[in-house]
Design a protein around this ligand. Structure first.
Ligand code: IPM
Ligand code: MG
Length: 350
C-alpha cells in the first residue's frame, strides 16, 4: 500500500489540502494518508517548525504533499525557527535535488495571463530547478560586525560537478519525453559556478544526451526571453536561486500562480516532495476562496512521479482540464467559486 504524508502547513495550506483529501479519497482511496504539523503551526504547537518525528515520517512515506508555510505571524521568529527554514531543512533531509516546476497555460485560461493570448497560448515549459545546493545552503554565510562598526553579510554560491550533473540528467531525461530541447541557464559571464555549470552540462550532453538539443542562455537573458517569446522553451535547467526567480516569472505567463504545482525529486525509490508553488497567502487565508488546483495538480504529480499511478494521474489531469473548460473559476481566475466548489468541479469530472 502507498503512503502519502500531508503537510497542510499555514495560511491557505489547510484549505487547499482539504480538497486534495477529497480528490484522493475518490480517485485513489487505497492510499494511506498521514498528516503532520509543518511550518508556523508546528512552531506554535511544538516550538519548532519541523519536528524530528515529522521529518522521519516524511522520509518513511512514499510521497509528501505540502500545502504552504509561513506568514507575518512568524516573521520575527528566530531565523532557524522560521517556517521557510523548515522547508529548506526538509528539502535537504529528503535529498530532493531536482525541483520540477511546469508552466502550462490551459487553453481555457489564455486570456487570464498579463501577456497577450497569442504569446502564451499552448505554452508548456518545464523548469528544472536545482534545489538542495547553491547559495541557499553554501557556507560560509552570516552577518558579522567589522572593527569599524559596520556590518558585513556573506552568502556563498557553491556547486560541485556531481550536483550539477545529476540535476542536468533529470532535465535531459524529461526533454526526451517532451519536445527534446534543454535550455541551461547560468551567469557564466560573471560567476565561477556559472562557468562550471556550463562545462558540466556540455560534457554530460556530449557523453549521454547528444540526441537532445542543448542551448545555453545567460539567466538574465532567459528572464527577458520568458516574457518576449516563452514558447521557444521546452525544458529549462538552472541553479537554485535563478530557478526560484525564473519559475515565479514563468508562473505568471500562465494566468495564475494558483494553478501551478511542483515536484521535487531525489534518488530513485526515495519519496518525492510535492508542493503548489503559491505561498500561504495570509491575506485570504481562512476565507475559503483560495484556488485548490495547484495543490490538486501537485497530488497529480505525486501519483505520476512517486506513487506509480500514471493512469490515475491522467484521469485527474483530465478532470482539472474539464473543470476549467467548463468555466469553473475561483476568485484568482476572475470567478466566484469557493475553494470547496472548485473541489466539487474537479470531483464532478472524475
Ligand atoms: C519557493 C519559495 C521558497 C524558496 C521559500 C519559501 C524558502 O520561494 O519554493 O520558491 O525560496 O525556495
Ligand atoms: Mg520562490
Amino acid at each position: 500500500m502507498s503512503t502519502l504524508l500531508l503537510l497542510p502547513g499555514d495560511g491557505i495550506g489547510p484549505e487547499v489540502i482539504e480538497q486534495v483529501r477529497r480528490v484522493a479519497g475518490r480517485i485513489a482511496g487505497d492510499i494511506a494518508l498521514g498528516e503532520r504539523d509543518f511550518g508556523g503551526c508546528s512552531y506554535d504547537a511544538h516550538g519548532t517548525p519541523l519536528t524530528d518525528e515529522a521529518e522521519a515520517a516524511a522520509l518513511a512515506a512514499d510521497a509528501v504533499l505540502m500545502g504552504a508555510v509561513g506568514g507575518p505571524k512568524w516573521a520575527t521568529a528566530p531565523r532557524d525557527k522560521r517556517p521557510e527554514a523548515a522547508l529548506l531543512r526538509l528539502r535537504q533531509a529528503m535529498g530532493v535535488y531536482a525541483n520540477l516546476r511546469p508552466a502550462l497555460c490551459f487553453d481555457a485560461l489564455k486570456d487570464a495571463s498579463t501577456l497577450k493570448p497569442e504569446v502564451v497560448a499552448g505554452l508548456d515549459i518545464m523548469i528544472v530547478r536545482e534545489l538542495t545546493g547553491g547559495v541557499y545552503f553554501g557556507q560560509p554565510r552570516g552577518i558579522e560586525t567589522l572593527a569599524d562598526g559596520q556590518r558585513r553579510a556573506v552568502d556563498t554560491q557553491v556547486y560541485t560537478t556531481s550536483e550539477i550533473e545529476r540535476v542536468s540528467r533529470v532535465a535531459f531525461e524529461l526533454a526526451r519525453g517532451r519536445r527534446n530541447k534543454v535550455t541551461s541557464c547560468e551567469k557564466s559571464n560573471v560567476m565561477e559556478t556559472g562557468l562550471l555549470w556550463r562545462e558540466v552540462v556540455t560534457d554530460l550532453h556530449k557523453r549521454d544526451y547528444a540526441d537532445v538539443t542543448l542551448e545555453h542562455m545567460l539567466a538574465d537573458n532567459a528572464a527577458m526571453q520568458l516574457v518576449k517569446n516563452p514558447r521557444q522553451f521546452d525544458v529549462i535547467v538552472t541553479d537554485n536561486l535563478f530557478g526560484d526567480i525564473l519559475s515565479d516569472e514563468a508562473s505568471m505567463l500562465t494566468g495564475g500562480i494558483g494553478l501551478l504545482p511542483s515536484a521535487s525529486l531525489g534518488e530513485a525509490g526515495k519519496p518525492g516532495l510535492y508542493e503548489p508553488i503559491h505561498g500561504s497567502a495570509p491575506d485570504i487565508a481562512g476565507q475559503g476562496v483560495a484556488n485548490p488546483l495547484a495543490a490538486i495538480l501537485s497530488f497529480e504529480m505525486a501519483l505520476r512521479w512517486s506513487l506509480g499511478r500514471p493512469e490515475q494521474a491522467d484521469r485527474l489531469a483530465a478532470a482539472v482540464k474539464a473543470a476549467l473548460d467548463g468555466g469553473a473559476r475561483t476568485r484568482d481566475l476572475g470567478g466566484t467559486l469557493t475553494t470547496a466548489q472548485m473541489g466539487d468541479a474537479v470531483l464532478a469530472g472524475l
